[in-house]
Ligand binder design. Structure first.
Ligand code: NAD
Length: 483
């Protein structure tokens, strides 16, 4: 059993256990037990972190890409070595089963590696000039400046790692404010960077109440870039503040991913993948498949098999039993949110085929839930559930399915299963989302851009976009000195 670490902030290279604004409890969602006390930064402490990031930017932004690469690669190696222990802390803080936590961390290592390589690899470009007088038109990507990184609890290592690696690789300094319920996961990640030899002030870590801390950091004149992952409502609020101050802003927000299952799909493969992926991380994944739109010819079988698989999942405390398939929800608010979704179906507004209720006990457990034929205006079909609830509806034509899939303002991920080449092509082209998965449900890898459209945000993390998101584009047009 990994001991829960003493929580400390990192400000200007110093680990600080005392929060001048007090402390907040960290709770294990599987047991409801308090596992730690997290220091809360005062505005003076936030200002120190901002000053440290500002001071360090002068040297870090000029550090050669090859040196930034070497430090980031060492950090990824530290993270790989420590992955099993850190995965246990993820389990304790937010209830993710160990194997899923381990997978998250190893994927974060690969992302850090990829972005580190961008620091060596990424150049600018030369654009041909229009006349003899000009010698060169040179485009470069300059680090924006100190970045504020605001991350949620559902991927408490991978999401901070993506943002930190993108910022640091590009030559930016950063202040990370992780979610209040998963501070240790972030702290152990940040330690990998400091142990890898990162100079002081380049990366700072602060904790506290998310609203006031985020707003103070964004409003500071030091801050040049804000990267936020979380809900659409908070993203819009923080985005309005960032825009009013001309801070560059990348929001990665909620989603409500549709999955179209055609009569031409490999049925067994599709239903097995859908049922397994829906309940990963208890459905608390922004790209989680959620609205299943199934051809009416295969609908009844799909519902029956999906529900059977859901009902068989082993739900429990992953800290006590590593073989559980699904842990708890991250906190009690999520249980209340699931209950509201279920309360909105029934009668002619949908049928709970399996699950539908919280599981009694100290932890925040909710049954894997399948709802057949939820009404078009139900919460489930319109609001991101962010939990272990799947809605399945039949469709008549593939065009109807696409219309329902594209009917919401969200546009993060969308998926489709079809063995018909023309239809698969049509679906890939017609689904309106930042990321589309065809015949599989994975839309993230270290090398590829990750991001949404519409109410799911804009811009991308990961891939080369995850590096460029922390840069300003600069043009240098050079003429002969003698005219
Ligand atoms: P929540 O909005 O209370 O918290 C979600 C995250 O936002 C937390 O990390 C929190 O620290 C942060 N946050 C909350 N209020 C904030 C504020 N005023 N300023 C800055 N940050 C703030 O919701 P919750 O119940 O914990 O999580 C569920 C909701 O969050 C869902 O609607 C889901 O869309 C969203 N969420 C999205 C992602 C994602 O990957 N896009 C991840 C986690 C949560």
């Amino acid at each position: 059993m990994t001991a829960y670490p003493t929580l400390k902030m990192l400000i200007d290279g110093q680990w600080i256990a005392t929060g001048e604004a007090g402390e907040m409890a960290v709770v294990n969602p599987s047991t409801g037990a308090e596992i730690g006390q997290c220091p809360k930064a005062s505005t003076a402490q936030l200002d120190k972190a901002l000053k440290a990031a500002d001071d360090a930017f002068a040297t870090w932004s000029k550090t050669p890409g090859a040196e930034r690469y070497a430090i980031l690669r060492r950090a990824a190696d530290r993270l790989r070595e420590r992955a099993p222990a850190i995965a246990r802390v993820i389990t304790a803080e937010m209830g993710k089963p160990h194997a899923q936590g381990l997978g998250e961390i190893l994927s974060a290592c690969d992302t850090i590696d990829f972005l580190a390589e961008e620091a060596k690899r990424r150049g600018g470009r030369l654009i041909p000039t229009r006349g003899q007088a000009l010698i060169a038109q040179m485009v470069t990507h300059e680090p924006i400046g100190p970045a504020v990184l605001l991350t949620p609890w559902n991927f408490p290592v991978n999401l901070p790692a993506k943002k930190i690696a993108g910022a640091l690789a590009a030559g930016c300094t950063a202040i990370l404010k992780p979610a209040e319920n998963t501070p240790a996961s972030a702290q152990l990640l940040v330690e990998c960077f400091t142990d890898a030899g990162l100079p002081k002030g380049v990366l700072n870590l602060v904790y506290g109440d998310p609203g006031p801390v985020s707003e103070h950091l964004i409003a500071s004149p030091v801050t040049r870039k804000v990267s936020f992952t979380g809900s659409t409502a908070v993203g819009k609020h923080l985005g309005a503040l960032a825009a009013s101050l001309m801070r560059r802003f990348t929001p990665e927000l909620g989603g409500h991913a549709p999955v179209i299952v055609s009569r031409h799909a490999d049925f067994e493969r599709a239903v097995a993948m859908c049922a397994a992926t829906k309940f990963r991380n208890a459905g608390q994944v922004c790209v989680s498949p959620t609205r299943f739109l199934v051809d009416k010819a295969i609908y009844d079988n799909f519902v029956a098999e999906f529900a059977e698989r859901a009902a068989k999942l082993k739900v429990g405390d992953p800290g006590a039993d590593e073989s559980v398939d699904m842990g708890p929800l991250a906190h009690s608010r999520r249980i209340a949110a699931m209950e509201q979704v279920v309360a909105d179906v029934g009668g002619n507004r949908g049928e709970v085929v399996t699950g539908g209720a919280a599981i009694a006990g100290q932890g925040f457990f909710f049954q894997p839930t399948v709802i057949a034929n939820p009404a078009p205006d139900s919460r489930l079909m319109n609001e991101e559930p962010f939990g272990p609830i799947a809605g399945i509806v039949p469709y008549d034509t593939i065009e109807d399915a696409v219309r329902i899939a594209n009917s919401l303002r969200y546009g993060l991920a969308a998926y489709a299963f079809s063995g018909d080449l023309d239809e698969a092509h049509y679906l890939g082209n017609s689904l309106r989302a930042g990321m589309v998965g065809i015949n599989q449900l994975i839309v993230a890898s270290p090398e590829t851009p990750f991001g949404g459209i519409g109410d799911s945000g804009f811009g991308s993390e990961g891939g080369e976009e995850g590096y460029l998101a922390f840069t300003d584009t600069k043009l240098v047009m050079m003429a002969k000195a003698g005219g």
